[in-house]
Unconditional design. Structure first.
Length: 225
């Protein structure tokens, strides 16, 4: 008798695959990428948390760190058969999750490479980097964050527990805070009208969604490049 798909893809196996994929993705996106960036520029590219403890900027960084940790803990608990029980999704959901997570991690690496020497984790207000608007950045303004959220969405399908869902929620909240409160004001001050024109034609996380009218995007205090 031929085993069915549900017999081959058990919840613990799907979670184990998700955990391995997640750890490999983290190693590539943060470890290897940092090493390559340091080798190319002499800087690791890490700028740390922004803002005083308890501020919106600080919460953005804290929630991002929480998302990274929960993203590993969720599938690890599910693979070990401990913690919250996975939701009873069809076996096909795991295959969809595998494809989505793989595409998300691949997209993250591609977007990071597209930033070149401008890649950073965090923002240094005194630093001026090149405004990248080509490649995938011509489609969405924050493709790295979009790809990371996609990867975590795939992980939720591989290990559908409250912990992995919380990881996705923390990431989305962190990204919204980081982009709106930290990065966009910095880029507006640094690149002025060039950034205003960019935000007017390119969506924030999804193509065509989150574009800012040119007059509003320029805002008070906008510098001319």
């Amino acid at each position: 008798m031929t085993p069915s798909t549900s017999d081959l893809v058990t919840p613990d196996l799907a979670a184990a695959v998700g955990l391995v994929l997640y750890l490999v993705g983290l190693l590539a996106a943060f470890g290897i990428r940092t090493w390559l960036h340091r080798r190319r520029t002499g800087s690791a590219g890490w700028r740390g948390l922004s803002g005083r403890p308890g501020s919106a900027e600080w919460w953005g960084g804290a929630l991002f760190a929480a998302a990274i940790v929960l993203g590993a803990v969720g599938p690890a608990l599910a693979a070990g058969g401990t913690g919250p029980a996975p939701a009873p999704l069809p076996a096909a959901a795991a295959w969809v999750g595998l494809v989505v997570a793989t595409a998300g991690f691949a997209g993250t690496l591609a977007a990071q490479a597209g930033m070149g020497t401008s890649w950073r984790i965090g923002v240094d207000p005194a630093e001026r980097t090149t405004l990248v608007t080509t490649g995938v950045f011509a489609v969405v303004r924050n493709p790295i964050f979009t790809a990371m959220a996609t990867a975590l969405a795939g992980l939720v399908l591989l290990a559908p527990t409250v912990v992995t869902l919380a990881a996705l929620g923390c990431l989305v909240a962190a990204v919204e805070l980081q982009v709106r409160v930290v990065e966009e004001p910095y880029l507006r001050r640094t690149h002025g009208e060039a950034y205003a024109r960019y935000t007017a034609r390119v969506g924030r996380f999804v193509p065509g969604v989150g574009r800012t009218p040119l007059r509003e995007a320029a805002g008070p205090g906008t510098s001319r490049p």
